[in-house]
Each structure stands twice: as structure tokens, then as C-alpha cells.
Design a protein around this ligand. Sequence first.
Ligand code: ADP
Ligand code: ASP
Ligand code: MG
Length: 416
Amino acid sequence: MALIVQKFGGTSVGDPEKIKNVAKRVLKKKNEGNQMVVVLSAMSGETNRLTEFALAMQDMPDLREMDVLLSSGEQVTISLFAMAVKALGDDCISFLGDQVKIETDNSYTKARIEGIDSDRITKELDSGKVVVVAGFQGVTETGDITTLGRGGSDTTAVALAAALEADACEIFTDVEGVYTTDPNICDNAIKIDRITYDEMLELASLGAKVLDIRSVTFAKQYNVPVHVRSTFTETEGTWVVAEEKAMEGKIVSGVTYNKNEARITISGVPDQPGIASKIFTPISNADIIVDMIIQNQDTGNGETDMTFTVARTDYQRTLQLLESVVKQTGAKGGIHGSDSITKISIVGVGMRNHSGIASTMFSVLSNEGINISMISTSEIKVSCIIEERYTELAVRALHDAFELGKESVPEEETLS
Ligand code: ADP
Ligand code: ASP
Ligand code: MG
């Protein structure tokens, strides 16, 4: 008997009819002789709706209360799912994060899982029940409710699969797998059959929201093979696995975009030792994650500019924090920034052994008249910050330039 963890995203459980269909799909798998643990997201749009409510109460909602609020979305779907299973004549029990002790740190709204006590789940599985667990939530040592950050139900699923030593972890979503780029904005994107944990980590960290990045970190750490597939078809999806030799072939395997960042510049800061620490220590103390950082060279007058990106949701808070830093450092140019930027990236393990990839990317963007405001590279990726309004244009142009799309059949061939 195999133990299978199946996670269904928001669109898969978007209304009561869809929840009933998911229950049928899960029971089909159970009736093939498997033990089933199911992780659900909130109904699609629900987490956004709750966030709007919070913003109507406070400009910067209290983070602890935000988590009490946001975790309610998943409570709705798991209870309805358990009822749907019972209506189909089988048995099911639902659990919130704290009931199965998904213990996290206390970074509200972006908590990290530190441990799971799987005893209760195992007991219920052994008694023949389907177990359904609320995704995206956990509990601190002191009993406070936390959430794991947007898209966090994927992480709940993979962490549970690791803790239960499950035989498979399937992530069901509204597309048929991981594609060379977002199939919803590029018609000729191709589904990738197998992708390495490392490539998937880069794709996820750079905006391919089909898998939450921390779910891939868990999968890699505990060697959990993850199958990303569609809720609405039976088609085989994408396997996310450890590196296999044959995978080195492709230079660029995907194009991603991330519209969730904001860019901030502090201008005219004195170019002296300790300045970076003065700027970034208060930011990290506030638990704000900084992504790209560029420090310009001293322009000759003993001053420099520091530009960096943070999550768009942290933009206002970071600007506020920096007001006192500007006073303290005497930054003459003040702070400015934009929250309508996109980070566009190309990713591929094959890049390790090839040169000229970054310059091709820059030429493609320049041919489209798109200005690059920041660049960062790693062994297997190149990222550029551009204006948000050029996102779709840039994705399609790069996808074509690196020949990632379906090959179109030349007209002559079709005619002959
Ligand atoms: P769920 O609610 O099931 O968790 P998400 O909306 O979080 O689903 O993730 C699925 C979405 O990810 C797709 O609808 C697609 O628009 C987007 N996406 C972005 N990049 C990719 C990619 N490279 N491959 C597949 N989907 C992608
Ligand atoms: N409901 C949460 C969100 O919308 C978690 C998830 O769906 O994974 O981000
Ligand atoms: Mg998701």
C-alpha cells in the first residue's frame, strides 16, 4: 500500500462542485489501494479577498491578526472536502495546521516550518480515513497561528510528504505541469517532462508561481519527487527530481517573470565603511527580505547610490523605515523607487558551460526598446529589472530568442 500526498490549489477547489470533483478523484486513488493525505488551498480569490478586508481596517495590517484572518480560507475548503468525501460514502477527517502541529517560527505572514508531528495523521490513515490538512498554515511554539506566505500550500504538501515518508507528492493545479514559461501568457510554451530541483528552485524563486519556492527546498532536502499536474485532466505532468546526466543538454530551460517586487534607491549616501550595514540592518531586523542590491561607484564627490529590491508588499514599510536611515546617513538625494517593475529571468543548468547568454538576453530586450534598470546573474540564471508594462513583450521575445517554444511548421512544408 502506498502513501500519497495530493495537494489541490485554489482554482481546483474554487467552488463546491469543484470540491466534490476533487473528492471523487482522491477516492479513486484511495480505492486503488493507497492511503491518501490531501492538502488544500483556500478557494481561488479568497486569500486576496481577505487581504482586502484587512486593508480596509488598517493601512498596514497587524501581522499576527493577518495570519488569524488569512488562515480561515483553508479552514473552509478542508471542512467542505471532508463532507464531500463522507457524502460519497467514505470517511475523512480534516485538520488545521495546529491540530497536526505544523510548528513554525513566528515570522507572521511568511513563517517557516520547523517540524511536523505526524502521529495523529498516521493513526487516522491506519483507521482507513482520508486525512485532509489545511495548507499554508502552522502554529508557533506559543500557540499562535501563522501562515507560510503566498502559495504556501505547496510547502505544506511537500513538508508533509517528507515527514510521512510518502511514496509520492502530487501537486494538482490549473495547468498541466511546469512549462518553459507561463503558458497563460505565451501560447507556444512547452511542458517540461522532467526538471531538476536546482532549476525548479531558480524558476520558482524568479516568479514561476506554479510551485512555491520553499516546497522545492523541502523536496530537494528530503529527496521527495514531486509531480506537478492538472486537476482537470489525467495527463502526465512534470516530475521535479534530482539531477540526471541527460539533463545538462539544454542551455536555457525557462523564462520567468516576477511582478511582486519593488525597487528602492537611496541617492547621495556618503561612500564610507559601514554604510551598507546602516541601510540594511534595520531592514533585516524588520524581517524584510532584500533581493537584488546594486551599489554604484563613487561618482567622484564621495557619494554613492544604493539600489535594491524588496517584496512589493514590503515596499511602503521599507520606505518608512528608511526615512530615519536617510537622516542618520545624511543621504543628500533622498529615497525614490517604483513598485511597478518586473524581474524577468532566464534559467538553465546548461548555462554553467556556455558564454554569451547574458549578452543575448540584453540584445533581445534592447531590440524591443525595453530599458534594463538592474541586472543580476548566478551560475544558472540571468535576471533583469524592467518596467512592469513590458513584461509580456519581454517574456515572448526571450522565449522565441532562446528557441524554447513549439516549432512552427514552415508554410511550404504544410503545402507540399
Ligand atoms: P494553484 O492555485 O493551483 O497553487 P498557482 O496560480 O499558484 O496555482 O500556480 C499555477 C499558475 O502558475 C499557472 O496558472 C500559470 O499561470 C503560472 N505559471 C507561471 N510560470 C509558470 C510556468 N513556468 N509553468 C507553469 N505555470 C506557470
Ligand atoms: N491560499 C494561499 C494563497 O492564495 C496559499 C495557497 O494557495 O497556496 O496564497
Ligand atoms: Mg500556488
